[in-house]
Write a protein that binds this ligand. Structure first.
Ligand SMILES: CC(=O)N[C@H]1[C@@H](OP(=O)(O)OP(=O)(O)OC[C@H]2O[C@@H](n3ccc(=O)[nH]c3=O)[C@H](O)[C@@H]2O)O[C@H](CO)[C@@H](O)[C@@H]1O[C@H](C)C(=O)N[C@@H](C)C(=O)N[C@H](CCC(=O)O)C(=O)O
Ligand SMILES: Nc1ncnc2c1ncn2[C@@H]1O[C@H](COP(=O)(O)OP(=O)(O)OP(=O)(O)O)[C@@H](O)[C@H]1O
Length: 514
């Protein structure tokens, strides 16, 4: 069982650097004297300050971070880095102020400087795309471990170093945390690091100061249009990862139009992968066998070099993710033969991806999967995969995120109604929205997509899952989409403890199926 820690991962033995040197190297403005003239860490959240930190006061959507300068000083901050508005707000805090007009833009380089993460960096992998980032990251981590490499990673679910795990809040941490994590990984002698990179991370400078050795792209489908407005802008945000200042080489799944465009427009060399006949690519992935327990596939690349292996997770989309991971490893310099050898030795890829098509049932009763799918494409991939390996009925339980891209709800519900036999609509993370109105949009869309769909509305997800169980029998399958690995439900600003995985197990026990 991995060790767990509750706080952000920071270097345990930070090496102090001089604040005056920082000001001079970055040509910044200094107000007040540094006492001491040293810094050991950096944070942009006053609540996370450790003694010796530089506190970064960023202007936010709700508040200017510099308003918390006095609190940061009390926690042991040695100075504040902020803009000119922040300098005014921090004037009475007692902290010396370092001024830059664009503190967010400076964050990556300054964090890298403080933690010295540009000195002798590990092999860095970055993964982006709408769906599959977390899965590819865990698969890369698994294969690296099979190759005998201790890797570190950062995903929506967890940050990890060897057996150490910390639960994530953001998909991609802020630059201050990314560089602290890299510094901590260096202490653990990690030589390969995989970072899941969201579009928001690129737009908000969270991975600045990093040049990835290899970046991978899974797909681009409808999501996050609340942030980006149009698919074109969402694509542009992701494309930024495939620029020479951010990455050296890339691997791109080109089955979809956005992947093909990315490969064409990328200004770094990219290896392309396709799973569909007729689409030209450097690597071709073919599914050999799809079962409830594993997917077996082969990928063939340049010079007819190939690898045949399997992943112990249902769904051809997981084999696509695995193909991308393997090509990323090859692009980083690993020999395909060496990868093939360890995978053959171990009987396939030894990956567990928490909350992604995760089976929680045993042999008796319906098969139950907990999944993090919360977009139309994710719903479609998971439902199609289940249909291919199920003789019985497919029952789906899901809700939609509140305060997030509302335009995807109708498509999500339509796909569920068309591809599942029974649909149970419930609450996911309503946040500050009225949960009943979210459900009502989903119910209407499901009915319009298929008027004879067996449809239920059960607000409480615990009861919704039990409703699904009550109509399920042997040979049927239940997909609970949305919560995946999460252990809370977000309602009106509160995070209420709720684990779909634990609840499903409890309910299966009540029914005598576990
Ligand atoms: C829209 C957005 O990206 N918001 C991020 C932003 O918040 P904000 O600008 O609203 O911050 P604010 O509340 O006004 O506070 C301003 C500053 O004061 C600081 N502060 C605030 C209060 C306090 O007591 N002390 C303190 O120091 C804050 O840390 C912040 O630096 O800065 C915060 C601090 O880093 C982030 O936590 C927050 O991410 C929020 C939680 C978020 O949900 N972001 C989403 C959109 C996101 O980034 N998602 C992507 C993609 C996920 C996916 O693929 O599905 C991700 O990478 O996670
Ligand atoms: N290659 C893929 N194509 C389509 N759907 C996928 C793919 N991989 C995973 N999915 C679906 O998307 C869901 C999310 O997968 P995963 O967490 O790996 O993606 P992600 O890009 O990290 O998303 P997030 O940033 O929201 O965590 C899965 O639970 C599954 O339903």
């Amino acid at each position: 069982m991995p060790d767990r820690v509750s706080q952000g991962l920071r270097p345990e033995h930070p090496i102090a650097r001089s604040l005056s040197q920082l000001v001079s190297d970055f040509e910044l403005e200094q107000i007040g004297e540094f006492a001491p003239d040293s810094v050991t860490g950096i944070s942009l959240t006053s609540k996370d300050i450790l003694p010796g930190d530089l506190y970064v006061g960023l202007p936010g959507r709700n508040v200017h971070g510099a308003s918390f300068a006095a609190a940061a000083a009390q926690s042991g901050a040695v100075a504040i880095l902020t803009d000119s508005v922040g300098a005014g707000l921090a004037a009475d805090s007692g902290l010396p102020v370092i001024v830059t007009q664009q503190p967010r833009e400076a964050l990556g380089a300054v964090s890298a400087w403080i933690y010295r993460t540009l000195d002798d960096p590990p092999t860095l992998f970055g993964v982006t795309g709408t769906n599959g980032k977390t899965s590819v990251t865990y698969i890369l981590d698994a294969i690296l471990s099979q190759l005998g490499i201790v890797a570190g990673f950062s995903t929506t679910a967890e940050r990890g170093i060897g057996d150490l795990r910390i639960t994530s809040t953001l998909t991609t941490p802020e630059a201050t945390e990314v560089h602290a994590l890299l510094a901590r990984m260096r202490e653990a002698e990690v030589r390969s690091v995989i970072i899941e990179v969201s579009a928001q991370a690129l737009t908000r400078h969270r991975v600045d100061g990093i040049v990835f050795d290899v970046v991978g792209f899974t797909n681009l489908t409808h999501d996050h249009l609340d942030d980006y407005g149009r698919m074109e802008d969402y694509f542009e945000a992701k494309r930024a990862l495939f620029e020479p200042d951010r990455a050296r080489r890339g691997a791109v799944l080109v089955d979809g139009e956005w992947g093909s465009r990315l490969a064409e427009e990328s200004r770094i060399p990219v290896a392309t992968i396709s799973t569909k006949p007729g689409i030209p690519a450097d690597w071709r992935m073919t599914i050999l066998e799809e079962t409830v327990d594993f997917t077996r596939f082969t990928i063939e690349g340049p010079d007819h070099r190939s690898i045949t292996t399997s992943i112990p997770i249902l769904g051809r989309f997981m084999a696509e993710n695995a193909a991308l991971a393997i090509v990323m490893l090859v692009e980083s310099g690993y020999d395909l033969e060496a990868i093939s050898h360890v995978l053959e030795r171990d009987g396939g890829i030894d990956a567990f991806v928490p909350g992604r098509a995760e089976k929680v049932s045993a042999d008796a009763g319906p098969r139950v999967y907990i999944d993090y799918g919360h977009s139309p494409d994710a719903f479609q991939s998971a439902l199609e995969a289940l249909r291919r390996v199920t003789d019985g009925r497919v029952i789906m339980v899901f809700g939609a995120d509140g305060d997030r891209d509302t335009t995807k709800r109708v498509d999500m519900a339509s796909i569920a109604a068309r591809l599942a036999d029974v649909v149970v609509i419930t609450d996911y993370n309503p946040r500050f929205e009225d949960p009943a109105s979210i459900r009502s949009v989903l119910l209407d869309a499901a009915r319009s997509a298929r008027d004879d769909v067996e449809l239920y509305e059960v607000p409480d997800p615990r009861l919704a899952f039990r409703k699904a169980l009550s109509v399920a029998g042997d040979g049927d399958v239940i997909l609970h989409a949305g919560p995946g690995h999460e252990d809370y439900q977000e309602v009106a600003g509160e995070k209420i403890p709720y684990s779909a995985r634990d609840e499903a197990r409890l309910a299966l026990q009540e029914y005598g199926w576990l």
